[in-house]
Design a protein around this ligand. Structure first.
Ligand code: KDO
Length: 338
């Protein structure tokens, strides 16, 4: 479905969701006196964002909410979570800017290579007034509240070929490389901007695709490469840092509206605390995991970062994505960095 028809289809789903979401809550409130918060994510149970939500978010809201996480996309397919929240079939997800860009193209600014500089920059951007119209639109048109920004990490290029077979120095070295990227336009564009031949595929299929050779590689941060065991079926990581990647804690507005102001404040704080806890854990892992990967036989090295940054940025200039960015927002984002 194109971006625009997807957004139109949502208008109907949202109207329906506002009704079924609240009805669902009313039933569960009467039966159990607690609101059920189902979260669906492609991430595993041991992913640091999952851990943070289970260990920090869930207990903080336990007085009035029962948190029910579903991992490995076992409840909802990757990329369909926001629609599910809008239609009242899900209460929470760990949403990407790329998924949001399928409804609101301007979100691609947060999914663009080499825009965010680090985890602190993500937090500054998310908390800045520049985010207000983005958050408002998602709330009004999708029925989803973006509560906090979670740090996924620096995405790098992770390949099956050994460094002897293929050394990645500049984007030209990725020509013809079938690089798995998640399946939305913003992701695919980033794969092309890196110089590769992007192949769309759900996260849960990547391990098998790498082991059979149906793709040459994938891109993800080091903690994901380890958590999903991609290092077992790949031989090298070129530390391109092409995207300091984030996810948002997404929460059903229909459910939010049924909470008391005190409960809303607790949900908000719980999401922020979980994001902070997950962020610190993920940053620590990123620091520690190079050694682990090397011990496991992977070659981990830095390519020509200027060549990658210049090439990727040049691809966005004049693109349909850049055309959707509100005037002045990129400058504001840059001003919040180092
Ligand atoms: C992935 O599919 O590569 C990706 O890293 C994209 C992210 O936005 C996010 O959906 C993530 O997968 C999942 O949470 C699994 O880690």
């Amino acid at each position: 479905m194109s971006k625009f028809s997807r957004r139109l289809a949502l208008a109907g789903a949202l109207a329906l969701g506002a009704v079924t979401g609240v009805a669902g809550l009313a039933t569960s409130s009467l039966a159990e006196d607690k609101v059920t918060l189902r979260l669906s994510t492609p991430a595993s149970e041991t992913d640091q964002r999952s851990v943070a939500l289970a260990e920090v978010f869930a207990p903080a809201v336990a007085d009035f909410a029962e948190y029910q996480p579903h991992y490995n996309a076992s409840l909802i397919a990757q990329g369909s979570e926001l629609e599910s929240i809008a239609s009242g079939d899900l209460e929470m997800s760990i949403a990407s800017a790329q998924e949001l860009a399928t409804f609101f193209p301007e979100f691609s600014i947060f999914a663009t290579g080499y825009v965010h500089q680090d985890a602190a920059h993500q937090v500054a951007v998310f908390g800045d007034a520049l985010m207000d119209p983005f958050k408002q639109k998602v709330e009004d048109e999708l029925g989803v509240k973006l509560l906090a920004v979670m740090y996924l990490g620096r995405r790098h290029v992770n390949l099956r070929q050994s460094k002897d077979e293929l050394t990645v120095t500049t984007p030209a070295d990725l020509a013809g490389v079938n690089l798995r990227m998640p399946g939305s336009d913003a992701w695919q564009f980033l794969g092309k901007a890196l110089g590769a031949n992007p192949t769309p595929m759900a996260f849960t299929e990547v391990y098998t695709a790498l082991s059979t050779g149906s793709v040459d590689g994938q891109d993800n941060p080091l903690p994901t490469v380890v958590d999903a065991k991609f290092y077992e079926v790949t031989k090298q990581i070129a530390l391109t840092s092409h995207l300091v990647d984030l996810n948002y804690v997404a929460f059903s507005k229909a459910i939010w509206d049924t909470l008391t102001p005190e409960q809303q404040a607790m949900v908000q704080k719980a999401a922020e605390d979980a994001a902070e806890s997950g962020r610190q854990a993920q940053l620590k892992k990123e620091e520690d995991l190079v050694a682990f990967l090397q011990e496991n036989g992977l070659e981990v090295y830095e390519p020509d970062l200027d060549a990658f940054r210049n090439h990727v940025q040049a691809q966005y200039v004049g693109s349909e994505f850049a055309a959707s960015w509100p005037d002045g927002v990129l400058d504001k984002i840059n001003a919040l960095g180092n």
